[in-house]
Design a binder for this molecule. Structure first.
Ligand code: FCB
Length: 434
């Protein structure tokens, strides 16, 4: 046996509603696609037609021995107009969650994963001062209607990446480029998370599930390793604060770090995180670039020594070990790896990627770090935001024209690992030695 993860380790896959469902016109990414902003000319309306293929896709998860599945809900299907609830949308998700539970696959539900209704976008989205309360209202309806079917919830996916992509880089809807807007959005997302965190617990408690609810955030965490200069070290620290700590300390502790606030706790000091969700993809070497204000005088660089995925991101498995250890030391709560994966259309790197990253997880678990779950990003090739359909992260290949799904070699490997909770010599020979 080359390494073992332990029988109580849960393995699954992660997706986001907008990236797989297709068919919805009432959201910010539909408009962005209509405006021709998707690099390869594809459109969010197509995706994987998952909305009509839930059964088929759950059968594929089952085939790959998923213990758990991270799914998103499309807000615009549930609240198509402000305060108006669509019973068909809610019924659809009730059915999906019921089917997952019947298949023995534990759902982890994401409430906000980069997409939301057009009416919300048009009133200013997460920049609007009322956005936390509007998100709370959505959360309340969802949990009152679906809360008996899921114990585990992610309020918001990657607030830092969302705020950066949509409000600083301007590559995502609504396409703004403003640091003050970035700060407003983060602040509102922090409030939204804390309100939703309390609400999910409150509702699940009166439903009779006290003590059986896990609520967290999927935090995108990168490793920033500075080059050897004082300027680069300073830039890496500033970037860590602006990109990671503002959102994390806000969401976990309720603390508004400068420049979000003055370090106080406007929503009461607390601990608003039952598990630490961690999305890990890559590391950056940080150089010093005094002219670059929006990146805190830092420049993100590749390491020429490391292999790259199809999008040019460095593949650095030790990073997952380093960040899990770091955040466990800070917060001492269970860790769920809520995303980890690789853009690799040929699937010639993915099996090794999985092997290397899970090996780090096995090491963490041996050391007693409570990494309880791992969700591979992603179940199947899907609509990868502004990259469109051509960036392929799936364990399953999808032909978007025919909607034919084919489990890749890496998907079979992942399924075997999930079944045995170990990587054996046989598997290494079967999947890694070409
Ligand atoms: C993460 C997103 C996810 C997907 C992967 C590749 O930042 O949460 O939706 O785009 O990256």
């Amino acid at each position: 046996m080359t390494y073992s993860l332990g029988k109580d380790f849960l393995m699954g896959t992660a997706t986001a509603a907008l990236q797989i469902e297709g068919g919805d016109k009432n959201n910010n990414w539909y408009r962005w696609s209509e405006q021709g902003k998707i690099k390869d000319g594809s459109h969010s309306i197509r995706a994987n037609d998952h909305f009509n293929r839930v059964e088929e896709d759950i059968a594929l998860m089952k085939k790959m021995n998923n213990d758990t599945y991270r799914l998103g809900l499309e807000w615009s299907r549930i609240e198509p107009q402000p305060g108006q609830w669509d019973s068909k949308g809610l019924a659809h998700y009730r059915k999906e969650l019921t089917l997952l539970n019947q298949a023995g696959i534990k759902p982890l539900v994401t409430l906000h994963h980069f997409s939301h209704p057009l009416w919300f976008e048009d009133m200013g989205g997460w920049e609007h001062p009322q956005s936390p309360e509007i998100f709370l209202r959505f959360t309340k309806t969802v949990v009152e209607n679906l809360g008996d079917l899921a114990s585990d919830w992610i309020t918001i996916n990657e607030p830092n990446v969302y705020a950066l992509g949509s409000y600083v880089a301007g590559e995502w809807p609504p396409g703004k480029q403003s640091v003050p807007a970035y700060l407003r959005v983060l602040k509102n997302m922090i409030k939204g998370h804390i309100l939703a965190y309390r609400e999910i617990h409150r509702i699940r408690q009166y439903m009779g599930f006290a003590g059986k609810t896990m609520v967290g955030v999927a935090n995108h965490i990168r490793v920033f390793d500075p080059e050897d200069s004082a300027g680069a070290r300073l830039a890496a620290r500033l970037m860590d604060r602006m990109f990671h700590q503002l959102a994390i300390r806000g969401m976990v502790e309720g603390k508004m770090l400068f420049p979000l606030g003055l370090g106080g706790h406007p929503l009461k000091k607390g601990f608003y995180m039952d598990f630490f969700g961690l999305n890990y993809y890559s590391r950056d070497i940080i150089g010093f670039k005094p002219t670059s204000f929006t990146t805190m005088f830092g420049e993100q660089k590749n390491d020429p020594e490391l292999p790259k995925n199809d999008l040019g991101w460095d593949i650095y498995p030790q990073g997952i070990y380093r960040i899990c250890k770091d955040y466990h030391q800070r917060y001492q709560v269970p860790i769920y790896i809520t995303e980890n994966g690789i853009c690799d259309a040929d699937d010639d790197q993915r099996p090794q990627y999985i092997y290397d990253h899970l090996e780090q997880v096995a090491k963490l678990r041996e050391e007693g770090i409570p990494v309880e779950r791992y969700y591979h990003w992603t179940l199947m090739d899907n609509f990868e935001w502004v990259e469109g359909e051509s960036a392929r992260f799936g364990l399953i290949h999808c032909d978007f024209e025919t909607q034919q799904r084919t489990i890749r070699k890496s998907g079979r490997f992942y399924g075997d690992i999930a079944k045995q909770k170990a990587v054996t010599q046989d598997m290494v020979e079967k999947y890694l030695q070409d």
